[in-house]
Design a binder for this molecule. Sequence first.
Ligand SMILES: NC(=O)c1ccc[n+]([C@@H]2O[C@H](COP(=O)([O-])OP(=O)(O)OC[C@H]3O[C@@H](n4cnc5c(N)ncnc54)[C@H](O)[C@@H]3O)[C@@H](O)[C@H]2O)c1
Length: 633
Amino acid sequence: MKSILLNIFNGRVVSPWWILLIDLGISANAFVLAFILRLNVQLTAYSVSDMLIGGTYVLTVYLVSFLLFGSYRGVIRHSNYNELKLLAVACFSAFVFLILSSSVFEWLQYGWFIVPRLVLIFHFLMTIVLSFTFRILVKETYSSLTKKNTSTNVFIYGAGDMGQITLEAIRSDKANQYNVVGIIDDNANMKNVVLHSVPVFSWEKALRVGEAKQIEVVILAINRITVKRKHDITNACLDKGWKLKVMPSVGNWVNGISNQNQIRDIRIEDILGREEIRLNQLQIMDGLDGKVIAVTGAAGSIGSEIVRQLLRFSVRKIVMVDMAESALYDLQQELLLSHTDAPFNVVLADITNAHRMQEVFDLYRPQIVFNAAAYKHVPLLEEFPYEAIRVNIGGVKVLADLAIKYQVEKFVMVSTDKAVNPTNVMGASKRICEIYIQALSQLKDVKTEFVTTRFGNVLGSNGSVVPLFKRQIERGGPITVTHKDITRYFMTIPEACQLVLEAGFMGRGGEIFVFDMGEPVKIVDLAKEMVRLSGLKLGEDIDITYTGLRPGEKLYEELLASKESTMPTHHEKIMIAKVRQYEYVIIKERIKELLLALKMENNEHLVSRMKELVPEYKSQNSQYSELDKQMIQ
Ligand SMILES: NC(=O)c1ccc[n+]([C@@H]2O[C@H](COP(=O)([O-])OP(=O)(O)OC[C@H]3O[C@@H](n4cnc5c(N)ncnc54)[C@H](O)[C@@H]3O)[C@@H](O)[C@H]2O)c1
């Protein structure tokens, strides 16, 4: 029997016209029943003809209403609340129309189409009840037929909207791998409540039930939750031996579709991020409204998140520039899937190519530019200073000069904490970019406002420790940490990009905004936390090894936002750096010489030039440390 039913269901979706026919059949039966009930089950030949004429009229009205509302178009075995609501609205509209039209026909004394009100009320209620029952029966039968015995027993954490969406997503998925045993909620009012046939438990009760039911996974499904609470729940679940997964909030769904594939493993970013940042939405909205915005390095970690955040505002167009073809293509596909109406263009181009960039500015005439295109890997750039100068400094120069030429209103450059008292080529190259940008903003008659934003590491960005540790954990280790005491400041990518937007519209031009990065995190602790989240045991399943500091690597990153080195702004997490200002005329010449030197000088000479430009640049753990000694002598 099961296999026959499964065969009926399998892969096939019944044509909507069949559903319409079934709904009409239900409605017809309901009418006969209502009519018979109204006459106390005493039908005469006269009343049968009344029933047929009235019934035809009623069914015609219901048919038109079903067609108008499209209540028959859903896939029955996946019926959800919205589809049931649509059906109810279609029936109710037909019912109201019939009540009104019956009154009119009564007044016109047009006997044929006068259907007694009681029959209409009975009929309406029975149609609703029967057609709902039909849908629920089909859905439940399908769900019990396709439910796998191998499914994992899970709790959902959160009985609010997200919890219910998660339950619905799990139940409606054909490849369902979860068996939801209960929903955990801390709200005392939810005690003993049953939600969509699933009991709601307090944490204490969940601990008892969880043991008996051999729970393996808890799915965290709460829309607004503090990072601390998330951390506490994670710890409590891991202590219990339950794996933690997360249902992301609706705005973060891949492809914007609700299904159980959205449920993902908890990530270190989820529990290391800080509390949500309150943005000055009005100021940002005002600044972005109707504007053409170019984002360079759009396919990178920071650039792509800036793009995602910009798409939430009513911008005219986003021009996404990057030279990494595959990454740019991936971003394009992602946006096509999730923001079908998004006003964006992708441009495959190298920002150091002045001719290409001029074409881009000429074609799109951006009013705002976010520059996140750069090379950023400290050890690599230590080996190839040529590229650091060519791409980071050369690229910024091309873009900033074009911004002035094309009267761009705002130019926001993404910099890094490594530019503060740099100890490596990468940091020094970014500091030179900052100097150039700041010098440009001193120019008179320049319409463009140049703003720099500086921040520390972002969690999970391309090539950062989080993806590296993740890969190492997947391979079974070891996890490589360069030094047991090394610390870094961390922010999540969305957090950093929100602050970039906020700072971008805070400045008047010429400022270097630095972000409050919170407390430094020991990298070895980060590694341990990631091991714990993966369910492995340190020392038993996986080890940590220390590999030694890499060239140019600092043990502790500079504190970006110290009181001495910054001034406050109206945003508690954004400060203005107090830095030495440079004369434009001098800086312009020095940078020109540096870029020209690329063609003829070796690495030592190039780095020496950088050190002359940035006197506080002192190489650490690097082949260029010698140059510092020579400069002192
Ligand atoms: N990732 C972090 O932790 C972090 C922290 C603070 C500041 N930043 C700064 O943010 C910027 C971006 O970092 P990210 O993490 O997004 O790096 P990323 O490598 O993920 O992205 C950089 C993007 O720029 C593109 N790009 C590089 N050179 C280009 C060129 N010549 N023309 C066009 N596109 C080019 C790359 O293809 C890449 O897509 C860097 O300046 C970095 O210093 C990063």
